[in-house]
Design a protein around this ligand. Structure first.
Ligand SMILES: O=C(O)C1=C[C@@H](OP(=O)(O)O)[C@@H](O)[C@H](O)C1
Ligand SMILES: C=C(OP(=O)(O)O)C(=O)O
Length: 429
């Protein structure tokens, strides 16, 4: 699908929106609800393509999941109730689905075959296959199990202590979920902190998780009990409108009920450091996850350097931060972000290529990018390359480019934010 975005005269973004539910928390609600005993109610579940694929995979393993009014109910089978699927499980575009599910399947004594789309086929699975094999899972696939299609036969796991070479919540979560069904303790040590939704939610489902700095440990053979989850709005989706509010002239907008777990709020810290006029009003201290209403106004941004421990706290927001940087005064340097190369696209390359088409002065580096600020963007024919976050960043960029910007492959946006264009139109005035 191709979308044409017209910017005639000066536009401004004004009003209040509520972004869809957090994608990371939604995936985990379905997965933990499925392997728990009893029913789990999930309010605010994201119904983007990625989460629909997670639901579909668990249905194929015999789990009943249905919409009931304003919540989704998962009839947990208990871990031993999962059934060998008759069909291949298709995760679509979702890295979180495949990597976390491999952790669960590592403990399941049956055979499963997993595939995904062309983007998933390029993303590394050895980062989870390696530790899961050490625990006892049998995994095979293309290039010795490094890429999809991938198959797994689980069961008979033993706990391990694993030092992960990357700060990745998908790796950490996959190992912890396998650890839940292993003999003894399973410990993951990370080089930097990654998002901690799995740990928080395991606790909400009645499990004990030990956290000591960068070390997270779980004792095996703990049963999960169904519970009620309220999914806050996704800060990674809110990020597009936070940046839009800061860079589109005469704008002022509020986003209600956004998750503000500190492992995810790098975007807020960066916008503040760049000089954004942003106000956070906490609304939910959150037994599981905190949330806030966030307001932002057009601001004079300045370039900054972003790297180190900050990167895992804003990894998915880098495409939209790059756009913010094109409008800042001075230079922005993003470093230590090699992980961008193994996302839905190589996000260093796609951000640089597509923003350059619009006139941005931006250079790729080995581990990030350098962006020179103060640029007038021009309309262009650009492409999401099937990457939802690139598509949304380009749509926001079009608000600053007078004329017609055409975004190819814009359907990818429904992966994480199905009503994105509706919100964009509502805020334009
Ligand atoms: O665990 C998760 O829900 C996610 C973790 C991150 O990936 P990595 O674990 O690969 O860093 C992030 O980029 C992804 O969008 C969602
Ligand atoms: C990287 C992302 O997701 P996933 O790894 O689940 O495909 C993302 O949503 O930006």
């Amino acid at each position: 699908m191709t979308i044409t975005l017209k910017t005639e005269g000066d536009i401004q973004l004004k009003g209040t929106i509520k972004v869809p539910g957090d994608k990371s928390i939604s995936h985990r609600s379905v997965m933990l609800g499925a392997i728990a005993e009893g029913k789990t109610k999930v309010y605010g579940l994201l119904t983007g393509e990625d989460c629909l694929n997670t639901i579909d995979c668990f249905r194929k393993m015999g789990v009943q999941i249905k919409r009931e009014g304003n919540y989704v109910e998962i009839d947990g089978t208990g871990f031993n109730g999962l059934k060998e699927p008759d069909e291949i499980l298709d995760v679509g575009n979702s890295g979180t689905t495949i990597r976390l599910m491999l952790g669960i399947l590592a403990g399941a004594p049956f055979h499963t075959c997993l595939i995904g789309d062309d983007s998933i086929a390029k993303r590394p699975m050895d980062r989870v296959a390696r530790p899961l094999r050490q625990m006892g899972a049998r995994i095979d696939g293309r290039k010795n199990g490094s890429f999809t299609p991938i198959s797994i036969r689980g069961g008979g796991l033993k706990g391990i202590e694993y030092s992960s070479p990357v700060a990745s919540a998908q790796v950490k979560s996959s190992i912890l979920l396998a650890g839940l069904h292993a003999e003894g303790m399973t410990t993951v040590i990370e080089p930097q902190s990654s998002r901690d939704h799995t740990e928080r939610m395991l606790k909400a489902f009645g499990c004990e998780v030990e956290i000591d700095g960068l070390k997270t440990a779980i004792r095996g053979k703990q049963a999960l009990k169904g519970t009620t989850i309220k999914v806050p709005g996704d800060i990674s989706s809110a990020a597009f409108f936070l940046v839009a509010g800061a860079i589109v002239p005469n704008s002022e907008l509020t986003i209600k009920n956004v998750g503000i777990n500190s492992t995810r709020t790098g975007i807020i810290d960066v916008l503040k450091e760049m000089g954004a006029n942003i106000i956070i009003e906490e609304t939910e201290s959150g037994e599981i996850e905190p949330a806030a209403d966030i307001s932002i106004k057009t601001s004079n941004l300045k370039g900054i350097e972003i790297g180190g421990d900050m990167i895992p706290r804003l990894i998915d927001e880098i495409p939209i931060i790059a756009l913010a940087a094109t409008q800042a005064e001075g230079v922005t340097i993003i470093k230590d972000a090699e992980e961008l190369k193994v996302k839905e696209t190589n996000r260093i390359d796609t951000v640089v290529r597509e923003l350059s088409k619009m006139g941005a002065r931006i250079e790729a580096t080995d581990d990030g990018m350098i962006i020179y600020g103060g640029t007038d963007l021009r309309p262009s024919l650009v492409d999401s390359h099937g990457d939802h976050r690139i598509g949304m960043m380009l749509a926001i960029a079009s608000c600053l480019a007078k004329g017609e910007t055409v975004v190819e492959n814009s359907e990818a946006i429904s992966i994480s934010y199905p009503n994105f264009f509706q919100h964009l139109e509502e805020l334009k005035s």
